[in-house]
Design a protein. Structure first.
Lengths: 107, 421
């Protein structure tokens, strides 16, 4: 594993109400989620259209894309609703002190 | 004695006429729902189903960006799901006794269930010069490529019709540095979709972005030279000189196949809340289908992405005898300049508006109320609020205007209160 743990945000930055958007580079954002006191991370860009999932509606472990109503399972990245058919990439998450660390390999 | 095909209780052959979103969603949902029989999709265009929303946006102002995102699915997806794409074929006739579709080539294809998702064709200006090579219409990928080549920096573009398509083309053309003049008989852009207050606001946005707009006037004639339109003369005498004309005055639903076969057709192919036509083996979805309105009071035909996707999926479940219902609120979105505008439900001047934020802000939501009942919402640059607003509209609830207006009160709390009841 060439995973590199990167520091993202604090636990308190993320709400169960909706994901937190974190820029890992000038061109790429990731979305960080809180579900039942656990944290998860996916790509922020929807696999279907040019939409930011962190602008979407989060409920019951599902993130709904704000543009076309497609949706993903936050824990697994599997698409759950048309028109999304490709899984969204997920990243391992760990907590150090109150900081959320994401295994992001720079790709 | 003529043999009449019986309605198969367990369908084994599904044929889909049309190659757009509704068709694609139907095929996807059939497989999701466990259907193992054959699926044939008859696509009129020579390529697999693609996204139409970018045609008036990225396809025009950022041509290079579009290729990878253009198609709904990679080709392999259709193979993996055993969906047989028949590209560039056209249905000529429908036999509702034998349950066959006849192609223009004479080939007959039998079906147990049929989806008519034939969409529409652009409405053309019936005036002299309406077919000139520098008059553009926008419906297909080819239309977009042709229009894109006309939108060069410094060129003068006359846009006829400021509905959603016209307004999006105006925004793209300004981004490309074209001189844009819009001609619209109504009092502003997108009046039918947004109501007059939001239309007036959007007119201000386009004005600020440099669109010259002539509202309340219509086209009288084209001034032609060497077979090209050189100017548009309006009915108030104004002359708009131009290098190219873009016409966005709506579509005509493709109902011919259905009406020739004796299916009930009104302003579209008539379907019930499960997308069933008047013939039990035949379903219809998308732009062409006329369905019971959200509130059940009338029948409507929607021309939106979400409508096509949901109806296609509903038809698929209904084909298989599974629970299906298409009576949710219609939603749409449009992107113009740096604005993302989303709408759900009924939006009209007959309702009162409650504002969350105001039209002077970067983002705001307009809620439309019929008395106390929330019937619709329009959000500008407030995608996350809109996700909640859509669900509130779908719930058909009475609301307190002050709850909607108060930014201090998260919209989600209204949704939570709802689920407790």
């Amino acid at each position: 594993m060439s995973n590199k743990w990167i520091k993202t945000c604090n636990k308190s930055d993320v709400s169960e109400e909706g994901p937190y958007c974190f820029a890992v580079s000038t061109e790429k954002n990731i979305a960080i989620y809180k579900i039942d006191e656990q944290f998860f991370c996916t790509d922020d860009l929807c696999t279907h259209g040019n939409a930011s999932l962190s602008e979407g509606f989060q409920d019951d472990g599902i993130i709904e894309c704000p543009f076309h109503g497609g949706a993903f399972n936050i824990r697994t990245g599997e698409p759950t609703s048309y028109p999304c058919i490709n899984a969204i990439r997920t990243y391992p998450v760990k907590i150090e002190d109150d900081t959320i660390m994401v295994a992001y390999d720079g790709e | 004695m003529e043999e009449v095909a019986m309605l198969a209780t367990v369908p084994e052959r599904v044929v889909i006429v049309g190659g757009g979103i509704a068709s694609d969603a139907c095929a996807a949902e059939l497989r999701q729902s466990g259907y193992n029989g054959s699926i044939q999709m008859l696509c009129g265009e020579p390529w697999r189903p693609y996204e139409r929303p970018p045609l008036s946006k990225e396809a025009l102002d950022d041509k290079g960006s579009i290729e990878g995102r253009f198609f709904l699915h990679p080709e392999s997806w259709y193979d993996d799901n055993a969906i047989e794409l028949r590209l560039g074929v056209h249905a000529a006739g429908l036999d509702t006794r034998q349950n066959t579709v006849e192609l223009t080539t004479g080939e007959k294809i039998g079906f147990d269930r049929l989806l008519l998702a034939t969409g529409g064709t652009v409405r053309k200006l019936r005036i002299e010069g309406g077919e000139a090579p520098n008059v553009h219409y926008l419906r297909t990928k080819d239309d977009a490529l042709s229009l894109a080549s006309a939108l060069t920096q410094g060129s003068s573009i006359a846009i006829i019709g400021m509905g959603v398509i016209g307004a999006e083309i105006a925004a793209s053309a300004r981004k490309l540095g074209c001189n844009v003049t819009a001609i619209e008989p109504e009092t502003g852009p997108m009046t039918r979709a947004l109501g007059s207050q939001l239309s007036n606001w959007l007119a201000g946005v386009h004005h600020k972005q440099g669109v010259q707009a002539l509202y309340g006037v219509s086209v009288a004639r084209f001034v032609m030279e060497d077979g090209l339109v050189r100017a548009v003369e309006c009915n108030d005498g104004t002359l708009v000189s131009c290098d190219a004309v873009c016409v966005g005055i709506g579509i005509i639903p493709e109902t011919g196949l259905a009406s020739d076969a004796g299916l009930a057709v009104a302003n579209g192919i008539v379907v019930d809340h499960q997308n069933r036509t008047s013939v039990p083996s035949i379903f219809s979805a998308g732009d062409v289908a006329e369905l019971p309105a959200f509130d059940g009071a009338d029948r409507v035909r929607y021309e939106t992405y979400q409508n096509a996707a949901e109806q296609g999926a509903t038809a698929a479940r209904a084909m298989l005898g599974q629970a299906a219902d298409n009576t949710g609120p219609c939603t749409f979105w449009t992107n113009q300049y740096d604005l993302n505008i989303q709408s759900a439900g009924k939006v009209s001047d007959e309702f009162s508006i409650v504002w969350r934020g105001s039209m002077g802000d970067d983002g705001f939501v307009a809620f439309f109320l019929d008395g106390e009942r929330l019937v619709g919402a329009v959000a500008v640059n407030r995608a996350r609020d809109m996700a909640v607003a859509r669900k509130l509209v779908a719930a058909k609830i009475d609301v307190k205007p002050e709850d909607l207006a108060s930014e201090a009160l998260p919209l989600r709390s209204l949704l939570k209160a709802l689920s407790k009841n």
